[in-house]
Design a protein around this ligand. Structure first.
Ligand SMILES: *Cc1c(COP(=O)(O)O)cnc(C)c1O
Length: 426
């Protein structure tokens, strides 16, 4: 193998090619969007109790096809998955002051969706191997005020749904699954996002499949589906004529997705199998290169599950390597490795939670009659997530660049070169 000097110290760079951007959009999407524009019907939603309350032909067709693909009774499109999460929390009847458990390793919207209904996010720690919610930590964070759990299928793998749903049933909690990063991932033969009371995926432009912006909610419950549709489309103006009696959280929004996006979504859904399979093939090929490296743990996939690799997650054994993560990353980047992320995120440490300031400037909803206890967001509440973020976790974005076999092999070679010369970094 290569004994050339590390690129960091002036040696030759392993990777000379420029990676092309991941782009799942092709001519099929162009044609589909063009047809919608030519039809003149760019949206057909009406914010009133009317046949068009459910949107136009592309919205309805895309929703039917999503329901069929993901094997779920109802699919409800929304203009972003952030909107989807807000609608989900509202639809499940979460009340002001209710506590909702969420992991710190997610995109901030999983936690802010809770605050949008004046409910209180409570952070539980993650599993050190899958980075998904740790069932034990969830249980330890349940209080008499806990009403729901937002489970995140982080990086492309379902959370441990059997364990989490068992805890939820025992404590009578609702469950939302944020499957933004794991469309098409399987959990014991079922699609991630379909095992909770409500789940769903993001269709924003850096996810596996996209419509520019957008999202799709999944539920098997007719009543929940109706409430999601109401919150999506001006519930307050519709409930009277529709004869809806439960007015709780019927404060609606305009979360509607357009006809062009849904026409694009129909084409994207046809490509999901292939796009997921290509990420999996690339990840498996990379694992072949990396699994022999000492002090590097390649991704752990749970039994009976599939991983769709939005991110290829790794953990470094820093004590054993005797080199800091930032030093290793600097060496890898110098060799031309792209898409590396040191650490992920710890949502509980955002200024909003550290200062408990969300609505207005006086601490609402934490400092109010609504919040029943002093919820702790201090550093230290999620030690696993914090240590991974600060020291040991390393991610490689798989939906940012195309990953051909040649490119994966070059990335593998760059890792091997840095590992062979780890001594020079010490
Ligand atoms: C992308 C993402 C979201 C937000 O989705 P948008 O469609 O961008 O609003 C929420 N949660 C997770 C885990 C995500 O990755």
């Amino acid at each position: 193998m290569s004994q050339a000097k590390l690129a960091l110290f002036g040696g030759p760079k392993t990777i000379q090619t420029t990676f092309s951007r991941y782009s799942p959009i092709g001519i099929e999407e162009v044609e589909a969007a063009k047809k919608v524009i030519e039809s003149g019907v760019l949206s057909q939603f009406l914010g009133a109790w009317h046949e068009d309350f459910y949107g136009g032909p592309k919205v309805r067709a895309f929703e039917r096809q999503c329901a069929d693909y993901f094997e779920v009774k109802h699919a409800v499109t929304v203009n972003s998955w952030t909107s989807g999460l807000i609608a989900a929390v509202g639809a499940l009847g979460i009340e002001p002051g209710d506590e909702v458990i969420v992991p710190p390793w997610t995109m901030c919207a999983s936690a802010t969706a809770i605050l949008h209904w004046n409910a209180i996010p409570v952070f539980a720690d993650i599993d050190p191997e899958t980075f998904n919610l740790c069932p034990k930590s969830v249980e330890a964070n349940i209080t008499p005020y806990t009403k729901a759990i937002i489970v995140v299928d982080i990086f492309g793998q379902s959370a441990d749904m059997d364990a989490l749903m068992t805890i939820a049933a025992k404590h009578k909690l609702k469950v939302i699954s944020d499957t933004a990063q794991a469309p098409g991932a399987l959990y014991k033969g079922k699609y991630a996002g379909t095992l909770a009371d409500v789940g769903g995926i993001s269709l924003n432009y850096h996810k596996h499949i996209h419509t520019g912006e957008g999202g799709v909610l999944f539920t098997n419950n007719d009543g929940v589906a109706e409430r999601l549709q109401l919150i999506r489309n001006h519930a307050e103006a519709v409930v009277g004529n529709k004869g809806v009696e439960n007015l709780s959280n019927m404060l609606g929004y305009n979360f509607r997705l357009g006809e062009i996006e849904c026409a694009i979504g129909i084409e994207q859904l046809k490509k999901l199998n292939h796009l997921v399979a290509s990420r999996q093939k690339a990840a498996d090929r990379l694992t072949n290169w990396l699994e022999a490296l000492q002090g590097l743990h390649s991704p752990v996939v749970q039994a009976d599950c599939t991983h769709v690799y939005y991110v290829y997650p790794m953990v470094l054994d820093i004590e054993m390597l005797g080199v800091s993560r930032s030093c290793i990353v600097e060496a890898l980047r110098a060799e031309g490795v792209i898409g590396l992320a040191e650490g992920y995120t710890n949502i509980h440490l955002l200024p909003m939670f550290q200062n408990k300031i969300a609505y207005g400037s006086n601490g609402f909803p934490w400092v109010s009659g609504v919040c029943k206890r002093d919820v702790n967001y201090r550093k230290g509440i999620c030690p696993v997530a914090e240590k991974l973020h600060d020291e040991t976790y390393l991610g490689l974005a798989m939906c940012m660049y195309e990953m051909t076999n040649t490119e994966i092999d070059l990335i593998g070679q760059a890792f091997c070169k840095v590992w062979q010369q780890m001594d020079s970094l010490r």
